[in-house]
Design a protein around this ligand. Structure first.
Ligand SMILES: CC(C)(COP(=O)(O)OP(=O)(O)OC[C@H]1O[C@@H](n2cnc3c(N)ncnc32)[C@H](O)[C@@H]1OP(=O)(O)O)[C@@H](O)C(=O)NCCC(=O)NCCS
Length: 379
């Protein structure tokens, strides 16, 4: 095809590549739905376990179905012993690199290894949902020379995650906020990591491979890293009254304000408001209201940019919540991954169920018909 006949879609922006029954996003109106249920209702009334069930099975569970699913998740929390050795070997790397390595290694220990049926893929994905929090927390313990905290067999998913940080049971409010954060992060259409996971599944590779690749895609700052950068920015701002000048300086140097803007949302990210309330309450409760005030100062300073479709996104408020819960900054992206496993799982299942190799084209812009010169004659 002649180059003037080719239409390039760099970054695949605006390109539909398949159909999905999982997540709906209307970026102009700021709407997000999982399986037809509005994210506002799920954030308000659901739990991570129920939302994960909804994503995986397509319907809200009955109490009996939810109890069974919850037991399946709790039963899968313990990690195979050898995974601790794998984590120990790479413990000095960034937690996302450790998570990627450990998830890849988990494939070798999975009882349904090699089975790519939808049923086995769902079982394996559910096991990963339970195991990933344990990997993140075990690594954090091992790198500090401590023994990993054994997972609780009774606490809910979010409360257990917080519990494994230091072995202290979290307050109900802290656990509920973490739970809400996981609900809000559980899936998000064809973002870079889900698309990567689908591309891997498109070759008929398995869910561990797809999730490993998804973790790699998520680790980059344009995708998962914004919450970490927002926290850094809040620390640099230091006091609420410095926020406006800080933002002005950034923008006049043509730098981006982290936690603002989105490839798909040109209205406010519907997930942000739930975490905004969370930061407000948590920072007041912990006697550190300045964090919320600093963030609000940044939001005020960014108001003129709303006209250009640059609004606050989910990562803007997430970082401060993680910080106030005692997580170091390099665990912020892994926390995003903890919430995202059900989304990656169901997208891999969808991909495998009506599979097609994902193989777009590149427009070649190099040279043609060059003469091959033997190495002895090259100058
Ligand atoms: C998320 C992001 C990568 C989306 O980018 P995108 O859809 O490719 O949009 P573009 O990079 O083309 O930006 C379009 C315009 O908005 C501006 N813009 C986008 N995000 C901005 C931000 N956070 N702060 C200031 N300006 C921003 C760009 O500078 C660009 O302006 P220009 O047209 O004058 O050059 C981008 O908004 C960003 O870098 N945000 C900060 C990081 C972040 O919060 N990421 C988490 C996303 S959930």
């Amino acid at each position: 095809m002649k180059s003037d006949e080719i239409t390039l879609h760099r970054g695949l922006q605006g390109v539909y590549f398949d159909r999905s029954e999982t997540t709906f996003i209307d970026g102009k109106q700021g709407v997000l739905e999982y399986r037809g249920y509005n994210i506002h209702d799920l954030a308000e009334y659901s739990t991570f376990e129920e939302t994960a069930y909804l994503l995986i099975h397509g319907i809200l569970p009955t109490q009996a179905q939810l109890d069974e699913f919850d037991s399946e998740l709790k039963a899968a929390r313990e990690l195979p012993e050898k995974i601790f050795d794998v984590i120990d070997l790479v413990k000095d790397s960034h937690p996302m690199d450790v998570l990627r390595t450990a998830v890849s290694a988990l494939a070798s220990f999975d009882p349904e290894r090699g089975d790519n049926s939808p049923e086995a893929t769902i079982h394996k994905g559910n096991r990963l949902t339970s195991q990933v929090p344990g990997i993140v927390m075990a690594h954090h313990a091992i790198r500090r020379g401590k023994d990993p905290v054994k997972p609780s067999s009774t606490l809910g998913h979010a409360a257990n995650f917080l519990y494994m940080l230091e072995g202290n049971e979290p307050s109900v409010d802290a656990a509920n906020l973490m739970d809400k954060d996981f609900v809000l992060h559980a899936d998000h259409g064809s973002n870079a990591s889900a698309f990567t996971a689908r591309t891997v599944a498109g070759t008929a590779a398995d869910v561990h491979g797809a999730v490993t690749a998804g973790i790699a895609a998520l680790s980059g700052p344009s995708h998962g890293g914004a919450a970490e950068n927002v926290m850094q920015m809040a620390k640099e701002i230091g006091k609420p009254e410095n926020a406006a000048d800080y933002v002005r300086d950034l923008l006049s140097n043509r730098q981006r304000v982290m936690g603002f803007g989105h490839r798909v949302y040109k209205a406010e990210d519907p997930r942000a408001r739930h975490l905004r309330e969370g930061v407000k309450n948590l920072s007041e409760e912990m006697g550190q209201p300045e964090w919320y005030q600093i963030l609000e100062g940044v939001v005020d300073a960014m108001k003129p940019y709303a006209r250009r479709g640059i609004h606050v996104n989910v990562d803007f408020f997430a970082g401060v919540i993680y910080y106030l819960n005692g997580f170091p900054q390099d665990l912020f992206v892994p926390i995003f991954a903890v919430g995202r496993i059900p989304g990656w799982t169901i997208q891999v299942v969808e991909q495998l169920q009506h599979n097609i190799l994902i193989r777009p084209l590149l427009q070649y812009t190099g040279e043609h018909d060059l003469d091959y010169v033997p190495i002895s004659e090259r100058g």
